[in-house]
Design a protein around this ligand. Structure first.
Ligand SMILES: [Zn+2]
Length: 226
């Protein structure tokens, strides 16, 4: 039995069984002298459901998007500003690492690379799980390149949000990165009518191979827990 059904059954028992000493069933608050106990029970059930269920039926897995911490690190390159609300229907996941200096995970090195070729994702998640915003959601970031969505859309940058994970072809994303990615994607899905969550390699097969060593099964499992 799911947690939700278990708690519903518990509530039902609490309300309808005669657990209450005669005369002090809390539903009496709603009694009028000739109302049946059934009506009172129904009111009690609804009242207790409203009060108790949100706290025990899965809320712990829900992300409080107001509290999602994103560090602003807006860049001057790799995007274009739009003045109308953008239609976002895809989230594209990438991997990046620094090839300019020995520290593969240096975010400064990675940003230097991006600047050199005028590209950028909207977000990048470092090895500690910190989420940086490089481009605001409503701007078109240059992260997808020549690519197409499963429905044939080819202007992918225009309709997508790009998220980069810092990892190399040999080193998978770590658990902190997965946790942050899942929180971020859940919040983006609440905000936009997202139809596709794909990797760069899915939309540019043969040309791109990232995200590298990405565990799609685990990611999807984490994403659907709510
Ligand atoms: Zn990519």
């Amino acid at each position: 039995m799911s947690q939700l059904r278990l708690h519903k059954r518990l509530l039902l028992s609490l309300v309808t069984l005669d657990l209450w000493p005669p005369g002090i069933h809390p539903g009496r608050l709603f009694y009028f002298s000739r109302r049946s106990k059934l009506v009172s029970d129904m009111i009690m059930f609804l009242a207790l459901s409203v009060i108790l269920l949100p706290g025990i039926s899965g809320r712990p897995n829900k992300v409080d998007c107001e509290q999602l911490h994103v560090a602003n690190h807006l860049v001057a390159w790799g995007h274009k500003t739009t003045n109308v609300p953008r239609h976002v229907e895809a989230i594209i996941i990438h991997s990046s690492y620094n090839v300019l200096t020995p520290d593969s995970f240096s975010i400064d090195g990675i940003l230097n690379e991006y600047r050199g070729i005028n590209v950028s994702p909207h977000y990048i998640i470092d090895r500690k799980g910190t989420i940086y915003r490089l481009v605001i959601d409503n701007d078109v970031a240059y992260h997808a390149g020549r690519s197409s969505l499963p429905d044939g859309t080819t202007n992918v940058n225009a309709v997508s949000i790009g998220i980069e994970l810092i990892n190399t072809p040999a080193t998978p994303p770590d658990s902190l990165q997965y946790a942050s990615l899942v929180r971020l994607v859940k919040c983006l899905r609440e905000r936009y009518p997202v139809k596709f969550i794909l990797g760069h390699s899915d939309i540019a097969p043969g040309r791109k191979s990232d995200p590298w060593k990405f565990n799609w099964n685990e990611f999807r499992k984490m994403l659907n827990v709510d």
